[in-house]
Design a protein around this ligand. Structure first.
Ligand SMILES: NC(=O)c1ccc[n+]([C@@H]2O[C@H](COP(=O)([O-])OP(=O)(O)OC[C@H]3O[C@@H](n4cnc5c(N)ncnc54)[C@H](OP(=O)(O)O)[C@@H]3O)[C@@H](O)[C@H]2O)c1
Length: 239
């Protein structure tokens, strides 16, 4: 049985990925604080812990100890918007720790468990193509993941390990349910999971979707800065 370890497996896109890989016959180690969400799914072993806790990562790695992994998906994430009138440093740290620092702990304890020829996937976001208002923490964490994925790819080449960066557009999940702005080309978790699994099966290094959103963001990013600011003036403050 192929072995997948995925963070963020207890909700949204990650929960759908865990279900789909398990249905395809993989054994899934599903991480998330609310492991109960994974109860009763065949082929899924929940690992309930907080990914910002380094010791908890060490313990989780010990549970996986006997297995070599075919795929690690570092998919967990959170989003908290800033109010620029009162920048919240604790909120900033929470987002960076969850989305980025946790990846460092995982790499420390689990990278040695990847088989030669295995795959590593990091979930970033389409947001990196264009800076949005209020998204200072979220966008910075995802931009860092973009660099991290490319750097890891260089280092892991000799072990024939493919690193993929996943850049989803808007997907309907509990994370986006509270967004107070228009989300063009919103996708379902089933659609997102299908795109991600297809990209990983092809060992693509960048898995970005939907294309219409990506091209729109890239196009706007190429306009003069003042035009971009005018175009995005209403987005996504919503307050
Ligand atoms: N939805 C979108 O439109 C969209 C777009 C671009 C990128 N993404 C990225 O896709 C990923 C999943 O997003 P989603 O929309 O599916 O979100 P979601 O439904 O809110 O799921 C987030 C997952 O992350 C886990 N998580 C968060 N903080 C954690 C912590 N401290 N310790 C352990 N697990 C933690 C949650 O598990 P517990 O709560 O059980 O701990 C949950 O399983 C994120 O990286 C997000 O940035 C989403």
């Amino acid at each position: 049985m192929k072995q997948l370890l995925i963070t963020g497996a207890t909700s949204g896109i990650g929960l759908q990925l865990a279900k789909d890989y398990a249905a395809d016959g993989w054994h899934v180690w599903g991480c998330g604080r609310h492991g109960i969400a994974l109860g009763g799914i065949d082929n899924v072993t929940p690992l309930a812990f907080d990914i910002t806790d380094k010791q908890a990562w060490q313990q989780a790695a010990a549970q996986v100890a006997e297995q070599s992994l075919d795929l690690i998906m570092l998919h967990a994430g959170t989003c908290e918007y800033q109010q620029i009138e009162q920048f919240d440093g604790d909120s900033f740290a929470r987002v960076i720790n969850t989305n980025l620092t946790s990846i460092g702990y995982c790499l420390q304890f689990l990278l040695p468990k990847l088989k030669p020829g295995a795959q590593l996937a990091l979930t970033g976001s389409a947001v990196i193509h264009l800076p949005f208002a209020r998204a200072e923490a979220y966008g910075a964490s995802k931009a860092a993941i973009h660099y991290l994925a490319q750097s890891l790819q260089r280092d892991l080449l000799t072990q024939n390990i493919t690193v993929s960066e996943i850049q989803p557009g808007f997907v309907a999940t509990p994370l986006t349910a509270h967004n107070d702005f228009n989300m063009p080309w919103l996708m379902s978790v089933e659609q997102a999971s299908a795109r991600i699994r297809q990209g990983l099966a092809r060992r693509k290094q960048i898995i970005a979707f939907p294309r219409r959103l990506l091209w729109t963001l890239k196009l706007i990013a190429h306009l003069p800065i003042t035009w971009q600011q005018r175009l995005l003036a209403e987005h996504p403050r919503g307050d």
